[in-house]
Design a protein around this ligand. Structure first.
Ligand code: FCB
Length: 470
């Protein structure tokens, strides 16, 4: 049995060492698991289109079938239950609910998510719903997508529909998934859907996503009694490559862009323009009253951490003059995504976000790793590297709880292997292996470890029973 030492106290990690109400779960996203890309009324999303673009996805793969979660959700949720997982984060596909992005609502789409939500509740699993995990309706992208200010009305309408349909049973909501990634990779670098590039696409997308985030929060608050409302941010510890002034400045810029850009306006702190002067240009898209509308009092902030980045000065990088030193060049342990394995990063990010006075609570809404998995002769996956990764990162989360940081939950990315965006099916992140030819599910060693980690301790359960019967 593998144990990880939490750096601080040297003890093996034990769930009972965390606060009693600490939330444990798994995270997924609609496009990465559902498949059924044109079943019933479903409209086309920017990812449905992007995957057909030559050279866009590793091996020309698509998510037309993916994990076939659309048809196999019962099997997967039952498996989750058997692994003692009590909280399931998934996202809603806008194109199932409103196929053209605006206008007609699909009852078949609403019914599908009702089936999932109801089945979760029957199995005693709490649904955590993300409203937007990157799959914008293509019909809206045709009108400019996130770079068009009209997204505010489209998004408002979508959130109204979702909260009215599911808000009686779903209490945990997240508005956006990683706005920095979907605007940066999708509207600046062009490596994710919709494949757009340049500041003229990126900056309006940033501002309208920031506005949508707060707007979404307000609609949830209005429509859902007792809602627990969050939104999620990608974040990585940034380490300067040296103590030279140039590198320190480069690291400051990277930190502002990767870790501060979206959270600060939400807290009323505006965009971090002093650290990244090029952001001045965002002013062009800001209308009177906008900065007030960007603010929302979230109940929790979801942070998603996988790695850290080392950053150095570079004359050749336009706008930023800062560059990431690739982990593969630094002789450190990396995952299949070429991300450095660096557990203290999650502690640093919890610490960083906890330090904002206005953040009430932090939940790690994603953390996990892709490694080369092999089925052995017994048909098992002995993924010791992933198990150790999870143990070490959870150990660092524990360190943060002991120091009374605001962290209140942790979700593994992800439940089953799935479609990893531009990398296709190559990097496997799951606690459960999927054979994509047969759709067979096999719980990996990491999944078995998580199952035993999450198991209610008999001693505690008995103590509780005694208290209740006295
Ligand atoms: C995050 C995404 C998630 C998944 C993981 C590996 O950036 O939110 O969908 O791709 O990375």
């Amino acid at each position: 049995m593998l144990h990880s030492k939490s750096k601080k106290d040297g003890a093996p990690i034990d769930k009972n060492a965390f606060p009693k109400d600490f939330v444990w779960g798994v995270s997924t996203a609609a496009y990465q698991i559902e498949g059924a890309y044109n079943t019933d009324d479903k409209g086309s999303s920017i990812w449905d289109k992007f995957v057909t673009k030559k050279g866009a996805i590793y091996g020309g793969q698509t998510a037309q079938v993916a994990c076939d979660f659309y048809h196999r959700y019962q099997e997967d949720i039952l498996l989750m239950k058997s692994m003692n997982i009590k909280n399931f984060r998934f996202s809603l596909a806008w194109t199932r609910i409103i196929p053209d992005g605006e206008g007609i609502v699909s009852q078949a789409g609403i019914d599908f998510y009702n089936r999932i939500i109801n089945f979760c509740l029957e199995q005693d699993i709490v649904p955590w719903v993300t409203l937007y995990h990157w799959d914008l309706p293509q019909a809206l992208e045709n009108k400019g997508g996130w770079s068009n200010r009209e997204i505010l009305q489209w998004f408002e309408n979508y959130v109204e529909v979702c909260t009215k349909a599911f808000g009686d049973r779903v209490k945990n909501w997240m508005v956006l998934n990683e706005p920095m990634v979907f605007t940066g990779a999708g509207y600046f670098l062009g490596v994710h859907a919709p494949g757009k590039k340049g500041l003229q696409n990126f900056l309006p997308a940033v501002h309208y996503a920031t506005l949508s985030q707060a707007l979404g929060g307000r609609i949830i608050r209005k429509n859902v009694p007792n809602a627990h409302i969050g939104t999620t941010f990608s974040c990585s510890q940034i380490t300067p490559n040296s103590n030279e002034k140039k590198d320190l400045r480069a690291a400051e810029k990277a930190d502002a862009l990767l870790n501060r850009l979206f959270v600060e306006p939400t807290l009323g702190l505006s965009y971090p323009v002093e650290s990244v002067p090029i952001l001045e240009k965002i002013k062009k898209y800001i209308q009177p009253g906008d900065m007030e509308s960007c603010v929302f009092d979230f109940d929790f902030i979801g942070i998603q951490n996988y790695t850290r980045e080392v950053v150095r000065h570079s004359y050749t990088v336009p706008y930023l003059r800062a560059k990431i030193v690739k982990a593969t060049k630094r002789k450190v342990q990396t995952t299949l995504m070429d991300w450095e394995v660096y557990p203290p990063s999650i502690y640093e990010m919890i610490t960083k976000f906890s330090a904002y006075e206005k953040i009430k609570k932090v939940i790690v809404t994603e953390n996990g790793a892709a490694f080369e998995d092999r089925l052995n002769h017994e048909g098992e996956v002995n993924d010791l590297q992933r198990t150790k990764y999870l143990q070490d990162y959870i150990g660092q989360v524990h360190r943060a709880t002991k120091e009374n940081k605001k962290v209140a939950g942790y979700f593994v990315w992800t439940f089953t292997d799935n479609f990893e965006w531009a990398e296709g099916y190559y990097p496997r992140f799951g606690l459960v292996r999927i054979d994509f030819k047969t759709q067979k599910r096999t719980v990996k060693a990491s999944g078995k470890w998580y199952r035993s980690f999450l198991k209610e301790s008999k001693v505690l359960a008995n103590q509780e029973k005694n208290i209740l019967s006295n």
